[in-house]
Design a protein around this ligand. Structure first.
Ligand code: FAD
Ligand code: SF4
Length: 349
């Protein structure tokens, strides 16, 4: 039986699992398809994270360092698993570069893909340069300047459209992405901090600043930063004769059409299933649930089991999750994999 545990994906989930497994003296082989570790917060250059307020590069930097510095963890960057043979206790993974790794168990921390706003063309992304996504605004905040991409001017009026690529049956995305309300309230305040004269509006269906985030983000953004919330159903984003963007919507509180001009329109994009999931399902022999995320085997007595014995799945590979939850999933999977392997070894002894 192999003592090594194979982890696929080096985002918050995979990094947490790797640190957990190494902390009990087991070996880890960590496979990441990109050449950089840290997952979405690093690859998409997020700014300050909710709820900690810490810069993503610092928070994830610490998680990466803890794993990179650990001699029990072997890291394979820029490569995927091409084939997995064997069974629980004795898997053999063949990497796309031809290397072969023996592992007792496999942990999938393969994460999500950001919704591509091009799939919501009537809301202007891809047509107008000044329609951007929350990840682009995160990058502007990181660079210390909010600007309209078309000409670099500081926007006088910004609106953030919530639920872009989430809670939208028309485009086959029924799920709530869980984090984007809180992230958007935070981004609105960060825009005001960088440009106090800019007016910021948030167009919403509902505000779901879950858990303890209601006062810190929703109320504070209104009371201290004067962010304006408009409950509306968006129809389309077009351009007026003065080149400003026009957001056409129905105000669902007063039940009247509204058309308001903005300099910058921001799509609060949701979390899609990882585009690799069909390939991951095939290579690892695991099932996908109906939306395309990786499926669970069972919820309560075998948490984080996939549909294949010895392969565990957690974090945003299972569905939209925040980083705190992903870190917990990573640790829980470490516990499950080590515990299950020890039980098999004891039985065999
Ligand atoms: C705009 C936006 C802002 C956000 N801001 C916050 C925030 O402030 N605070 C917060 O708590 N959460 C935030 N989130 C959520 C956060 O991004 C996720 O919770 C977190 O990134 C999920 O971690 P993960 O490790 O599960 O997946 P990911 O971060 O997606 O990492 C998965 C890793 O696996 C790798 N991978 C994927 N497929 C393969 C494969 N086939 N082979 C090998 N490697 C593979 C990827 O390259 C990646 O490195 C935000 C989300 C969005 C959309
Ligand atoms: S968290 Fe908010 S913005 Fe994101 S999908 Fe849910 S309701 Fe919409």
């Amino acid at each position: 039986m192999s003592e090594t545990i194979l982890i696929v994906g080096a985002g918050p989930t995979g990094l947490s699992a790797a640190a957990g497994i190494a902390s009990v003296g087991r070996k880890v082989a960590l496979i990441e398809k990109e050449n950089v570790l840290g997952g979405a917060p690093i690859l998409s250059r997020y700014a300050k994270l909710v709820p900690s307020g810490e810069w993503a590069k610092d928070a994830l930097g610490r998680m990466v360092k803890r794993v990179v510095d650990n001699p029990l963890v072997t890291i394979h960057k820029g490569v995927k698993v091409a084939k997995l043979d064997g069974e629980f206790g004795n898997f053999t993974a063949t990497l796309a570069d031809g290397q072969s790794i023996n592992a007792g168990a496999v942990i999938l921390g393969t994460g999500f893909t950001h919704f591509d706003s091009i799939n919501k063309p009537e809301w202007g992304f891809g047509t107008y340069e000044d329609v951007v996504t929350t990840t682009q605004v995160e990058q502007m905040v990181g660079a210390g300047k909010i600007a309209c991409p078309s000409d670099g001017r500081v926007p006088q009026r910004v609106c953030i459209l919530l639920c872009v690529g989430s809670r939208d049956r028309q485009i086959g995305r029924e799920w709530c992405s869980k984090i984007c309300c809180t992230v958007s309230c935070n981004l609105a305040m960060e825009i005001k901090e960088l440009s106090p004269k800019t007016d910021v509006y948030i167009y919403y269906m509902d505000i779901r600043t879950f858990g303890l985030y209601e006062d810190k983000y929703y109320w504070r953004s209104q009371e201290e930063f004067h962010i304006k919330y408009v409950k509306a159903r968006i129809a389309e984003v077009t351009q007026g004769p003065d080149q400003r963007l026009l957001v056409k919507a129905e105000d669902t509180l007063v039940k009247r059409p509204i058309v308001i001009p903005f300099d910058l329109v921001v799509h609060a994009i949701g979390m899609d299933p990882n585009l690799d999931n069909p390939e991951i399902a095939k290579v690892f022999g695991v099932g996908l649930e109906k939306h395309g995320f990786i499926d669970r085997g069972e919820h309560y007595t075998s948490s984080f089991a996939s549909t294949r014995r010895g392969i565990y799945v957690g974090g945003s590979a299972l569905g939209p999750e925040d980083i705190d939850t992903c870190v917990s999933h990573g640790l829980a999977m470490a516990m499950r994999a080590v515990g299950d392997l020890s039980a098999v070894a004891q039985k065999a002894a």
